[in-house]
Write a protein of this length. Structure first.
Length: 268
């Protein structure tokens, strides 16, 4: 890997990283601040008891969680769907820019004319992206821990650690998947394809609670293996799901490199 390239990529994204971190922290703060009011209102409990779990799964990605426990509320309102959407969009943008952006901008041939092999270019930028993803994941979990204590909301530290590990593996998978799409098509198509897979995966997982036929295809949705409510409640890292995400990430990273190695780079 090229340390200079890693440092430059991280430095170039410091502003977007800061803005993303602040957005995530603000959202987490709002959700945690709302919980004591929400949990203490009996009227809300009566209303949400009438909601079918399938509908909650569709709208919030967490139909099986206890909505009125701190872990369940945080999972449904933040960690199960909306946080992955916010961070996932950022991850897909980063990943599709690794190669596709340089090609679209007509600067890739200039970059490769330097003494820099393709595998070093890809792994260096991938490492920079994963470093940013790790930082954003850590900032989120630490922020939740601090906000929860400020508002006297009981959230397990072990649960946050387990959730952070699971989320990190899922985001790394999403990064490598989007990287692969960025190697085989232009950036706009790669980004659209990544978003389509993300949204399709959520709906496949959510609709599995409504239809038995769709439920048979649930294994194809990566949201099936991303269960923050369980990790946050039990404090146990779901290592099988983490291993699956990382194995898929490695497979797509290898496929991306093979595609990059065979890719013709048009001259400017």
């Amino acid at each position: 890997m090229n340390l200079n390239l890693i440092y430059r990529d991280i430095k170039d994204r410091r502003v977007s990283m800061f803005m993303m971190s602040m957005s995530v922290l603000l959202y987490a703060l709002v959700i945690i601040a709302i919980y004591p009011v929400f949990a203490g209102n009996a009227a809300f409990a009566q209303i949400f008891k009438q909601y079918p779990k399938a509908l909650l799964s569709l709208l919030a990605g967490g139909g099986n969680a206890d909505f009125f426990s701190p872990a369940g509320f945080l999972s449904i309102e933040f960690l199960s769907l909306w946080w992955p959407i916010i961070v996932g969009a950022y991850v897909m943008t980063l990943a599709t820019a690794i190669v596709a952006k340089e090609i679209n901008d007509g600067t890739m041939d200039v970059l490769l004319s330097q003494p820099l092999e393709r595998w070093k270019l890809m792994t260096s930028r991938l490492t920079a992206d994963i470093t940013l993803i790790f930082a954003l994941d850590a900032v989120t979990m630490v922020g939740i821990w601090l906000f929860a204590r400020a508002y006297a909301v009981e959230i397990s530290t072990k649960g946050l650690f387990a959730t952070g590990i699971l989320a990190l593996s899922m985001f790394i998978f999403l990064e490598c998947l989007s990287l692969f799409f960025g190697m085989i098509m232009d950036r706009s198509k790669a980004l659209i394809t990544s978003i389509t897979v993300f949204i399709g995966s959520h709906f496949l997982n959510a609709l599995s609670d409504l239809n038995k036929t769709v439920a048979k295809l649930r294994w194809m949705s990566f949201f099936k293996y991303y269960k923050p409510a369980a990790a946050l409640t039990t404090g146990e890292v779901p290592w099988k799901d983490v291993a699956l995400f990382l194995a898929l990430a490695a497979a797509f990273a290898i496929a991306a490199y093979i595609a990059f190695r065979r890719k013709d780079i048009p001259a400017t």
